[in-house]
Write a protein that binds this ligand. Structure first.
Ligand code: ADP
Ligand code: MG
Length: 285
């Protein structure tokens, strides 16, 4: 094996980036916008076996994002570990990723989020509760706290320390719509969980555990005619809801596909669905 020393690296045009820059670049790959933060936090809450998840955003999530759950919570040691890069409780060896059933396993989300925001995490695993305050990746305060079992993550001023990136965020309206769509996907894929979702102080969704049919009606209140479908094959199980053709939209925003609980976008699935409707769909779709 050939070892390449630091002086060789420093002597040429190619330089090793400072750790600070490396971590901000890595954070930028995970944290794209408020909706991506909301996605990671809801996934963490579900992975922590929460049955109730409360979400709130302000200013499109640009000023404030909160996701609170009643999951298993964390001890103080785990809380401190959780914000480090590549720390996870979900896998410990490479083989684990082939049988993983959790959403997360890369241990990057919290580390990335705390790097590019001011974050407050409050958590309790059933014994003592703890609070952790992080600014741009630096821990500024830890203290004991009070709360029921579960975890609350609050994010203030996303990208406050990356102004060029912050400028690339869209308007409040557009960011809010993207967060709302993200939240709706989780509502649909987990009708067994309770959620509240607030934009500013207005309740957009407040749903208790219910059937998929009922949850569907909450998200698509105008669609009165729909039917549940299910297929139980040897290799795949398919379940879902389709509306009657008179409820179609001019675009594909009403076509949502999930594989193993994860929202996916796949052209072939869109086409298959549209073919299934055949001539009954509006032309030009
Ligand atoms: P990953 O989800 O890939 O493991 P994260 O950075 O999202 O990585 O989280 C790191 C760890 O922090 C998780 O593995 C989990 O142990 C803990 N954690 C994060 N969010 C929560 C939560 N809401 N409740 C309990 N534990 C959590
Ligand atoms: Mg995660």
């Amino acid at each position: 094996m050939i070892h390449i020393g630091q002086d060789q690296i420093d002597s040429g045009k190619i330089k090793k980036l400072p750790d600070e820059v490396i971590s901000k670049i890595a954070a930028g790959e995970v944290v794209i916008n408020p909706a991506s933060v909301v996605k990671e936090l809801i996934e963490n809450a579900i992975d922590a076996q929460a049955s109730n998840i409360d979400i709130q955003i302000k200013n499109g999530g640009k000023s404030y994002i909160k996701v609170a759950d009643n999951g298993i919570g964390m001890s103080n040691d785990d809380l401190l570990a959780s914000i480090q890069r590549y720390t996870t409780s979900k896998i410990s060896e490479i083989e684990d990723i082939y049988r993983i059933s959790s959403y997360g396993f890369r241990g990057e989300a919290l580390a990335s989020i705390v790097d590019v925001s001011r974050t407050v995490i409050t958590t309790c695993d059933g014994s003592q509760a703890y609070r952790l305050e992080v600014v741009g990746g630096n821990i500024v305060k830890t203290s004991q706290s009070h709360r029921e079992k579960g975890t609350t993550v609050e994010i203030y001023d996303l990208f406050f320390n990356l102004p060029a990136r912050r400028k690339f965020l869209s308007s409040e309206k557009v960011e809010t719509r993207m967060v709302t769509e993200m939240v709706e996907r989780f509502l649909l894929v987990r009708p067994d969980l309770s959620f509240t979702y607030k934009v500013e102080d207005d309740i957009v969704y407040n749903v208790r555990s219910e059937t998929l049919n009922d949850r569907f009606s909450v998200i698509f209140p105008d669609v009165k005619e729909f039917q549940q479908l299910s297929y139980d094959g040897e290799k795949v199980k398919i379940s879902g809801i389709i509306s009657s053709p008179q409820h179609t939209r001019r675009n594909r925003t009403g076509q949502l596909f999930f594989v193993n609980g994860r929202f996916i976008v796949d052209n072939l699935l869109h086409l298959a669905l549209e073919r299934g409707y055949g001539e009954s769909l509006m032309h030009g779709l």
